[in-house]
Design a protein around this ligand. Structure first.
Ligand code: C5P
Length: 399
């Protein structure tokens, strides 16, 4: 319910991507928003107002002469309560009209009369997007404070391949949610480790743990929403990369260590969320280990893995470091001890070790001033609170 309490005016202009706007309404309402749809006349040739009305639960407006609005000023009334106007799809022609301040139909008039943010999700053929006039209009709209989402790249309805595809509905709604988050980390670079590691025994076997990566990926998303540039080093997990996050996939603790050190330059914040294996088999067999007889059992020798967090925290000019601890008992004592041992200003304790793979979590923050408990919530909500707690603790830049 990331858009709870938000009222969104969803505008549709003419383009085949209109068929995806039905899904945009579904996702907006699922996220808790109320949605008022306004369409250009051209859009009604691609999807009917009846469909959009049924999904949004409100009458749809197309004409600026629509007499259903009491004072006959639909262009003012429809956006007055709005937290944002989102136009998806935004056609080449609509962008041109908006860039020039034209208001020759209801949707463009709504936009010029608005007192809320405007976001556009362009959708057009790759040559129409690349056309100098469209690029000029996009630059003008950005300069006017309009947010342009995408466009994406790939197969187009016309059979061509290139830039200009409308973002997928789920991406549009994620970007809108991000748009509303406080921008507490603008200009900061954050490096995050997430997920489990996998320590090979032989070519087909290994030792891993139950970490799903959900908490680390949620922190990556929350930090990106807050405006940070985010680098994510992920152990084996099937989770999708959060939008706008640069991801490096690794398998073992040693690879994770190397990937972190290789990307540490100019990092302001390092968050070690990964459940890194403490040990790895001392040697990896080139061939699959074979069972010699019915009673045969292998014996494994282990060596310690490098402690990535402690290594980073001990460096000269270390970034602001945040560690995690999953303890099954005595969290208050072990958490603070671990914070000191690792040499980090902030340590996040998971209450209980049953968080692995779950969608929600309960955490405690340990810092030099003591401990603060955050109530149980889903991992993204906790990640946003943690990002704000990190932002509060970063050294202030002089203006
Ligand atoms: O010592 P312990 O594994 O309990 O510490 C957990 C914290 O240290 C987590 O933040 C984890 O990502 C980090 N860690 C690490 N490298 C290791 C082991 C743990 O960065 N080899």
């Amino acid at each position: 319910m990331d858009l709870r309490g938000k009222h969104i005016v969803l505008g549709l202009s003419g383009g085949i991507a209109c068929y995806k706007s039905a899904e945009v309404v579904r996702l907006l309402t699922k996220a808790g928003a109320t949605v008022q749809v306004a369409m250009t006349e051209a859009a009604t040739h691609f999807i009917t107002p009846v469909t959009m009305q049924a999904l949004s639960g409100r009458p749809v407006y197309v004409s600026q002469w629509d007499a259903r609005v009491d004072n006959n000023m639909a262009h003012i009334d429809l956006s007055r309560e709005a937290d944002a106007i989102l136009i998806a799809p935004a056609s080449t022609d609509l962008m041109a009209r908006l860039a020039h301040g034209l208001c020759d139909d209801l949707l463009t008039t709504l936009c010029i009369a608005r007192d809320c943010p405007l976001l556009l999700a362009p959708a057009m053929n790759r040559q129409m997007w690349a056309a100098p006039a469209t690029q000029r209009n996009a630059a003008q709209l950005r300069a006017d404070g309009v947010t342009i989402l995408g466009p994406g790249s790939g197969d187009q309805a016309c059979g061509e391949i290139g830039d200009g595809r409308m973002l997928e509905p789920v991406e549009i709604v994620e970007d809108l949610i991000a748009f509303f988050q406080p921008k507490t980390l603008v200009g900061k670079r954050m490096l995050i480790t997430a997920g489990p590691t996998f320590e090979a025994i032989d070519p087909v076997r290994g030792i891993t743990n139950l970490s799903s990566g959900k908490m680390g990926f949620s922190i990556a998303r929350a930090a990106r929403e807050a405006g940070a540039e985010v680098l994510l080093v992920a152990g084996p997990t099937a989770l999708p990369t959060p939008r706008g996050v640069a991801r490096t996939d690794v398998r073992s603790a040693q690879q994770m260590h190397d990937a972190v050190l290789a990307q540490l330059r100019d990092i302001d914040v390092f968050v070690a969320v990964a459940a890194v294996a403490d040990w790895r088999p001392a040697s990896v067999s080139d061939q699959k280990l074979k069972k010699a007889n019915d009673t045969d059992t292998p014996t494994l020798q282990f060596v310690q893995n490098p402690d990535i967090l402690a290594t980073v925290a001990a460096r000269a000019n270390a970034p602001f470091c945040v560690g995690f601890a999953a303890e099954s008992e005595n969290l208050a004592q072990y958490g603070e001890e671990k914070r000191r041992r690792k040499g980090v200003p902030l340590l996040v304790g998971n209450i209980g070790h049953h968080t692995f793979g779950m969608d929600d979590n309960e955490i405690v923050l340990f810092d030099a001033n003591g401990m603060t408990r955050l109530p149980r919530a889903d991992k993204l909500a906790l990640a946003r609170q943690l990002v704000s707690a990190i932002a509060d603790r970063l050294p202030r830049q002089l203006p």
